[in-house]
Write a protein that binds this ligand. Sequence first.
Ligand code: T4K
Length: 425
Amino acid sequence: MTSSDQPAILGGQPLFEKAQHLVRPILPFLSDMMHGIADLYSSRMLTNQGVFVQRLERRIEKELGVKHCALFCNGTTAIMCLAKALGLKGDVLVPSFTFAATAQALQWIGLSPRFVDIDRETLTMDPDEIEAAITERTSAIFPVNVFGKFSEHDRIYGISKKNGLPLIYDSAQSFGTRYKGRAAGSLGDAEVLSFHATKVFHTFEGGAVVTNDKQLYERLCKVRNFGFEGYLNCVEPGINGKMCEFPALIGLCLIDQLPSQIIKRKSLSENYISILKDISGIHLPIENKDVEVNYAYFYVVIDSEKFGMSNIELYYALMAENIVTRCYFYPPVHRTAYYKRIFAGKLPDLPQTDWAATHVLCLPLHTEMEINDLATIKHGITRCQQNAEQIKETLKGKVPSDWDALVNSTFVDPHDLYILSKQKK
Ligand code: T4K
């Protein structure tokens, strides 16, 4: 073996000198920001539905073709406030293959996430499973549009109407996606967006609820503002969920870049597909003709038998190369320690979710990447594959061997080990 074939985890040189991040947020031009900051300095109106927040709300409504947009300080708070404003009770149907915030936000306000299995191809909630999971306790259907995809809306919408249940989407990752030509955000009774720094369009931190329902929007505005109506008069149990002016200004300076960002991400994703398609044991995302994705993430499916190691093992080995990937969403939410406690050993049976969590790996994708970076990442993947047996041996005891080991072990995230520990404090 030449030294250039030696994976970093086995003692070779890392392929990237600095971390090649999973995500790299774009930044607004400083000159654009300075105009807005000058306005903030002169007005000193920094929050409480200031002009930038209102302007961004109207801009998002136009962008998505929805009647109402309420901005929030983040997507998680937006979910909590939406559930409150809808007056949800009992169970809400959600996938477990999602970022923990989807379920945690519901749990936080006393609702019970009822986990529903996903479809293997779309990685979103399976309509048949939704139908089978509805009970008298169900108060809403809350599918998650992961990785910039969109759920099987037509079928799920039919199920929601047949059962008289609100259909709300967690579209945190799907701003800029279209389903049958309609913008994500405009399809559910209401949809939640996240504008966290890791999103295709972001405001550093931020979120929104978009809806065509005027009454719901008016309630949402009260819930996010301490429940006030009129002069300091609480008419609802409210919270402080407002977005302030600075992130709204960032959003206004970035939103016009969304189309060009999506085009660049699409081109990088296509390049990934062309260079990865012949690697044995790597399967590429399946296109859905109904959905134009926003290319929020580029993921592959690792068949451990054919590839030689699992998604988690490859995640670990690539981190040593300074290539930051993510096994979103491993562990799936229902397998985390908290939910294991809640279910008291009687975990829901979600085979497709378990399968996705143990197979999916998101690779770095951001618009500062060059084609050469993709080629280097491919090199990293193949040299790990060529040394799979040795890597597996090295990782014994470092990666959890099964779900129980995950919860009981002291698994040290290699991101902390290889990347965070080297960042300047
Ligand atoms: N629903 C869904 C389906 C969601 O995906 C999310 C959030 C929510 C609800 C809740 O929305 P928010 O309340 O967050 O608005 C990140 C984000 O923190 C989270 O917003 C996001 N989903 C989730 C999928 O990803 P981590 O912990 O996996 O990301 P982190 O900090 O490890 O960063 C990932 C990569 O990005 C690294 O390579 C570093 C790089 N990075 C990250 C940040 C924050 C940067 O280069 N710059 C940055 O500023 O959670």
